[in-house]
Design a protein around this ligand. Structure first.
Ligand code: PLP
Length: 411
């Protein structure tokens, strides 16, 4: 492959290299887990400190107006819309991904009242399945979830399908579904789409309106570096705004929240998809991360992320040929998102040993090690060094030590 010096040369010529300074990364850590929790943008730490001491501490309740807290969900939504190919009034940043999925799928189902089938990829991130199972069971109107896998989706779009609720980039394998093609196939059959962009936003270029997506959701704490538990986003295409309805109608989705009417009347537009009071400090932290992603050309970011992933896989293949890894992601970099999955029978202790040595990735049962290649702060030398450390751990068998076998609550 290449030498460490050649990796350093790539960093020197990397147009995105200066962005690394926007993040407060700890010393001695190579962070390959931005696909789970992005690192801290320096601006986020400053913004939260200022919001806490000034806006909350001094402004108190006045800050809902004077500091723009009340508009924050729609302000962030409008900003993020630019990155994801939506119009500013089609997106809001609010609630958790799972809650937004609940609302979006419910809204889509209500727009197709004569149909009873929801199509999903069974191996998808399980919370999506659980949320839709919960919704379908609760509605008690005979809804059925049809679980299929990647290659079977198009053929499973039959005339009884109301909604395709699909994740664009798979959380484990990183395979990418064809958003535009599947949406067109859904529409041709009279169905609607809800796309989960958790592993897409900030990782690969997304153009919701070009794909004619109906609804979309996704989190801001992965590649958008919004902070632990930061609010998620929800997109609803403008053509659905007048007719859409969702069951978690709260005062923030009311046409006149401060009229305090007894009965619900839906707000016009995307506000209808909100529910109630939002975690403002988390929203303001997320605003800093979203701003960084929005200031970066998504195609340039994608090219670098692919190059980092390809370098990693090439080095692993060269340095660790007999160590039992199999690739759990598509071999073609164009068919996978921002991370790669390596399968290994001893994946858990290997990942724990890596983390102790400062190379942070994560593990997904039963045997998958995930390595994320965020282009905003990673250097080519980081990838080179990470594989060097991985090679040492495997060659010395250090992962066999007892402390790496203990399974922790969060993997
Ligand atoms: C990360 C992720 C989620 C997270 O949902 P939360 O509501 O934030 O817990 C949901 N779906 C997918 C596909 C994800 O990757």
């Amino acid at each position: 492959m290449i030498t460490r010096q050649q990796a350093a040369d790539l960093d020197r010529d990397d147009p995105l290299a200066p962005l690394r300074d926007a993040f407060a990364l700890p010393e001695g850590v190579i962070y390959l887990n931005g696909n789970s929790l992005g690192p801290l943008p320096r601006a986020a730490a400053e913004r939260v400190a200022q919001a806490a001491t000034q806006e909350w501490g001094q402004g108190l309740i006045r800050s809902w107006n004077s500091a723009g807290w009340y508009e924050a969900p729609r302000r962030l939504g409008a900003q993020l819309a630019g990155l994801l190919g939506a119009e500013p009034d089609e997106m809001v940043v609010t609630d958790a991904t799972g809650l937004n999925l609940f609302k979006a799928v419910a809204a889509a189902l209500a727009l197709r009242p004569d149909r009873r089938t929801i199509l999903m990829e069974g191996s998808n991130f399980p919370t999506n399945n659980y949320i839709v199972q919960g919704l379908a069971g609760w509605l008690d109107r005979g809804y059925q979830i049809r679980f299929v896998e990647k290659g079977e989706i198009a053929a499973a779009i039959t005339p009884d399908v109301a909604v395709l609720a699909l994740t664009h980039v798979h959380y484990k394998t990183a395979h990418i579904l064809d958003m535009q093609g599947l949406t067109a196939a859904a529409h041709a059959m009279g169905a609607l789409t809800v796309w989960d962009l958790c592993h897409s936003a900030g990782a690969i270029p997304v153009d919701l309106n070009r794909a004619e997506a109906d609804f979309a959701v996704g989190c801001t704490y992965k590649y958008l570096n919004g902070g632990p538990g930061s609010p998620a986003f929800l997109f609803a295409a403008r053509r659905h705004h007048a007719a859409m309805a969702q069951p978690l109608s709260g005062w923030w989705s009311h046409a006149a929240p401060f009229a305090f009417d007894r009965d619900f009347r839906p707000a016009d537009g995307i506000a209808r998809m909100m529910t109630g009071t939002q975690p403002i400090l988390s929203l303001l932290a997320a605003e800093a991360g979203i701003a960084l992603a929005c200031a970066t050309d998504p195609h340039q970011a994608r090219a670098k992320s692919q190059a980092l992933g390809a370098l990693f896989l090439g080095l692993v293949e060269e340095r660790c040929p007999d160590h039992g890894f199999t690739l759990g992601s598509p071999t073609d970099a164009g068919e996978r998102g921002g991370h790669v999955a390596l399968q290994h029978p001893q994946g858990y202790p290997v990942m724990k040993a890596l983390i102790e040595a400062g190379v942070i990735g994560d593990f997904r049962a039963p045997d998958t090690l995930r390595f994320g290649f965020s282009p905003l702060y990673l250097r080519y030398v980081d990838i080179w060094d990470a594989v060097e450390i991985l090679t040492t751990i495997l060659q010395t068998g250090r992962w066999r030590e007892a402390r790496f076998q203990q399974v922790e609550a969060v993997t």
